[in-house]
Design a protein around this ligand. Sequence first.
Ligand code: NAD
Length: 256
Amino acid sequence: MGGRAMSGRQLDGLVAVVTGGASGIGAAIATALAGEGAEVAVLDLDPSGADPRFAAFAADVSDRAAVDRAIAGVGERFGRIDILVNNAGIGAQGDIAANDDAEWARVFSINVTGIARVTAAALPWLRKSPSAAICNTSSIAATAGLPQRALYSASKGAVLSLTRAMAADHLREGIRVNAVNPGTADTPWIGRLLASAPDPAAERAALEARQPHGRLVSAAEVAGAVLYLVSPSSGSTTGTYIEVDGGMSPLRLRPA
Ligand code: NAD
């Protein structure tokens, strides 16, 4: 009798790859998927902080050879890949003129082409899965028109376009593709931004006050949406996204 039948967990017997899974939102996603029974492989630039329960693979998503090696390693170790969470990403500040060509190329290579590299490497495995699902981490920046985030917003908008295109291309192969758009989430990324302020505690309080629901989004809340989107419960949902932002984007609120 399979573990799925015995315990009733949604992802028993399935293998998930989470990029950027050593920190923040990715770590919360890895924990949520493991909590539903998935075997989790973390693919990260720096996997040293990954939960030791997970198989860790070091790879930069902007390096195709490294990605191919890491996904081959996951295949060798587990013999299958059912779920792929393309979550690794980096930020960029400033208006349209603030970043040079090299920085535009670097951010797109990680945030957008990184998804293409990892997905292309994992596709042969996903095609063999009876319940294949991909979730890409976009951002509120994709839809909200955030000031001083031109490059980052463009990259995350591209993540949504790519999500729809991937969903269309792989629909008939039984691979679902969706995205999650977090608002400002309480992760080491935001911690680093706050740490650079003259008074980090005051800056955090001000940031919380600017959120529609008066607090930062938790990484676990984002992970809950991702868990739904890669689970059989969302088996008829593909090519769309869930906003986990305290209502900012759906309610057309402006970040103050
Ligand atoms: P984080 O910095 O805490 O974690 C990011 C992880 O990705 C790290 O473990 C890092 O090592 C890894 N990573 C970075 N570049 C990589 C690369 N080139 N190859 C492989 N791994 C790489 O950040 P986070 O806040 O958890 O953000 C995760 C995702 O969520 C990102 O895509 C980010 O754009 C998105 N996001 C974050 C927020 C937020 O407020 N924190 C809001 C919206 C969207």
